[in-house]
Design a protein around this ligand. Sequence first.
Ligand code: FMN
Ligand code: ATP
Length: 281
Amino acid sequence: MKKSSSILINKKDITAIALGGFDGMHLAHQKLFKHLGEKGAIVSIESEYANLTPKTYRQEYSSYPIYYYLLENIKNLSGQEFISLIKEEFPNLKKIVVGFDFCFGKNRKNCINELKELFKGEVVVVDEVKTHGIAIHSRVIRDYIKDGNIKMANSLLGREYKIFGTQVKGQGLGSKSFVPTINLNIEDFILPTEGVYATKTIINEEEYDSVTFLGHRVTTDGSFAVETHILGKEIINKFSLVQIKFYDKIRENKKFDSFEALKKQIEVDINKTKEFFSKAV
Ligand SMILES: Cc1cc2nc3c(=O)[nH]c(=O)nc-3n(C[C@H](O)[C@H](O)[C@H](O)COP(=O)(O)O)c2cc1C
Ligand SMILES: Nc1ncnc2c1ncn2[C@@H]1O[C@H](COP(=O)(O)OP(=O)(O)OP(=O)(O)O)[C@@H](O)[C@H]1O
């Protein structure tokens, strides 16, 4: 994971910034970053619902340094005060890049016209970016993920949706009755709807094809779990950080009448996932 480079760069050297929330770091956000040039930076106004790319993980998706400001701390500033703050923070700022719908200042009263009036430098406004006729926004991607429509979410993100988790103890049933799995505790990230997914799991920078179950274990103890089975490899070590990249949904979560029936279904899931990855480029 890339660490934030913002601490290594003097704000005085920054001449261009992109302004907004940037939870998605999706294709439209990437289009804004293309206008930043050599001495650019991303200014992320943080709200509490950033759960696609939580703050700690955002730097991975851009080589530009990211500076964070809490919405809570600036939401009562007038438009003029906000622009003054930005100018103070970045004294050599020449260019601001925003999207067509960027608004700022108390009650989001100020938008593009006011930005052009208040900031005396260059203002680049990017028209609404769409893909397959669908406007790309973090909220749209969140809805696709919640629906389990990973393919659409990924196509708007421009990459596979990825979550980070830490390993936790499971019921201890996996290896004995079903298949070995790594059980995960996930915080901060929005999770796809319950079901079985074709995934890749990254452990210690190694990437493995995997199948991931996410949901209430209605067949066994009923508790909620995120567990991943690495295809064709038994991994027994403990890890501090595990990454899961989602590719497609295989099926819904289901209650089975017996452990044997669930075991058979898991074999089918594994074969379907293998087939998915053998076809994927
Ligand atoms: C590919 C896969 C699919 C699964 N599907 C279901 C399911 O549809 N319903 C369910 O109750 N549990 C499902 N599980 C979860 C199993 O119940 C779980 O692996 C088992 O309870 C062992 O848990 P443990 O790793 O905590 O010991 C699935 C697990 C895997 C790996
Ligand atoms: N589809 C888009 N096309 C062009 N600009 C965009 C688009 N989406 C966001 N932007 C711009 O990117 C910056 C960051 O915005 P923001 O974080 O609100 O993105 P968003 O994806 O629309 O998020 P949300 O759905 O949570 O409102 C803003 O300057 C915004 O105008």
